[in-house]
Design a protein around this ligand. Structure first.
Ligand SMILES: *Cc1c(COP(=O)(O)O)cnc(C)c1O
Length: 430
């Protein structure tokens, strides 16, 4: 299995090289050269398989050239050591809770998988790898936690000052060891721009092996397809066509869902639900892709104006927007509507949704209003306690703080303030 660059102007590489490079030398995202469907028996018997078996069989073809089966199995045992329950909310509406991991963000799986892969690859080399990552909220904590103590890997996290929640900030600034947080005077887009500039900077590239832990990295992106299979396994007995609604920012998670479908998972439809950062909903309406600066919302992990993985989705459908529309709908929702949805979910099901999950719920309801004969699953991408101020403000209640979060609350935040790309560069070269 090779990976090629979606800009088509770079050599094909192995899984290992794709993980270490992060992005191809021509700035394109890597994409697997083949996606071979799993046998239909896999889906027929999926209820009898453990999550580890499902994950192993689903990701095997993408990594087998560089990860021996025994190593892959070990990695999956470490990565998937928590539950992914599908919880009923109303008739034909359920939520897939992806927040039972160490940082209570769905990104834990991808971040841990990538960390374990890089750790394995760096065992055989002497040079250190520096992971550079921009976060709009949850990536930072998940990456910090996943990479903590991994030998041969140094992690540098950029986050926008004042634009992540207190808990998110603590999760990425309190660990120390091989993790450094850089607090940027600017927006998430500014952070992302600095990271992108660093990957193009010859001086830096000559000095160090830089890679990205954003979902452009195949080792962070691909394992997310597990979620959809785990959910399918639990929802299959409903006997209805399944629809997934995914609260989307950089569109990595939903793109992985579409890969799961390409592997043969029977799903009727996907909904990409966004906050007011509506670049993709606009594209689906007009066929024009107009990236714009991001707007701050209460679902801040999705405040993305130029979603990096959407190009992979277009590629999966050979850039045929009509074919894509048959499988994917995309809707945008304001903060006001999102708050109302949180209230409605709480009133009807006594379920506390976080703002991202609530956006997913809204997308699902919108699709089901025209397609009622479906069983819908919206993804709950973060525990509500991660967005405590919004939950308190909207629902007037304070969810109990789970032990994973309690652990970081008392710790001292440590970050280095930066404002410009030059600051980042000086830090990295130091
Ligand atoms: C990252 C994130 C998202 C968006 O996921 P993408 O793969 O970037 O579309 C949604 N919700 C939460 C809580 C997140 O942390």
């Amino acid at each position: 299995m090779n990976y090629y660059s979606l800009n088509n102007n770079a050599p094909k590489v192995s899984f290992k090289e794709a993980v270490i490079n992060g992005i191809a030398p021509d700035r394109g995202l890597y994409f697997p050269s083949e996606i071979t469907p799993l046998p239909t028996t896999f889906f027929e018997e999926i209820e009898t398989l453990s999550n580890h078996e499902i994950a192993f069989r689903a990701i095997h073809q993408f990594v087998k050239a560089d990860l021996p089966d025994s190593v892959l199995k070990e990695i999956l045992v470490q990565v998937l050591d928590f539950d992914f329950p599908v919880v009923q909310i109303e008739a034909n509406v359920a939520t897939l809770e992806l927040f039972h991991g160490p940082t209570m963000a769905f990104k834990d799986v991808g971040a841990r998988f990538m960390a374990q892969c890089l750790g394995h690859f760096s065992k055989n080399t002497l040079s250190e790898v520096t992971v550079l990552v921009a976060t709009s909220g949850d990536t930072g904590g998940a990456v910090a936690n996943g990479f903590l103590g991994v030998k041969g890997v140094k992690v540098v996290i950029l986050y926008p000052d004042g634009k992540v929640s207190d808990i998110q900030e603590r999760q990425l600034t309190t660990l120390g060891q091989n993790i450094t947080a850089l607090k940027v005077a600017g927006t998430f887009d500014d952070c992302q721009k600095m990271v992108k500039t660093a990957f193009l900077d010859e001086t830096l590239l000559n000095e160090m092996q830089l890679t990205s832990a954003n979902s452009i990295n195949v080792a962070r992106w691909l394992p997310q397809l597990f979620y959809f299979l785990f959910a399918y396994k639990q929802a299959k007995s409903q006997g209805k066509r399944i629809v997934f609604s995914v609260p989307s920012g950089n569109f990595g998670n939903i793109c992985a869902g579409l890969v799961a479908q390409k592997l043969g998972m029977p799903a009727k439809h996907f909904v990409a639900a966004t906050n007011v950062n509506d670049t993709v909903p606009e594209f689906m309406k007009t066929g024009k892709y107009n990236p714009k600066p991001s707007t701050a919302t209460i679902s801040n992990a999705m405040d993305v104006g130029d979603p990096s993985n959407f190009i992979r989705i277009r590629h999966l459908f050979n850039d045929d927007i009509e074919a894509l529309s048959k499988k994917l709908s995309s809707y945008t929702f304001s903060d006001e509507v999102t708050r109302k949805a949180m209230q409605k979910i709480y009133e009807t099901a006594t379920y506390i949704a976080d703002p991202h999950g609530a956006v997913g719920y809204l997308g699902l309801k919108k699709y089901q209003s025209e397609n009622p004969e479906t069983y819908g699953i919206f993804l709950e991408t973060a525990h509500p306690v991660k967005f405590l101020d919004v939950v308190q403000d909207v629902l007037g209640i304070s969810p109990e703080i789970p032990p994973q979060i309690q652990k970081v609350l008392g710790k001292e935040k440590r970050a280095i303030n930066i404002a410009t790309y030059q600051d980042l560069k000086s830090y990295l070269l130091k």
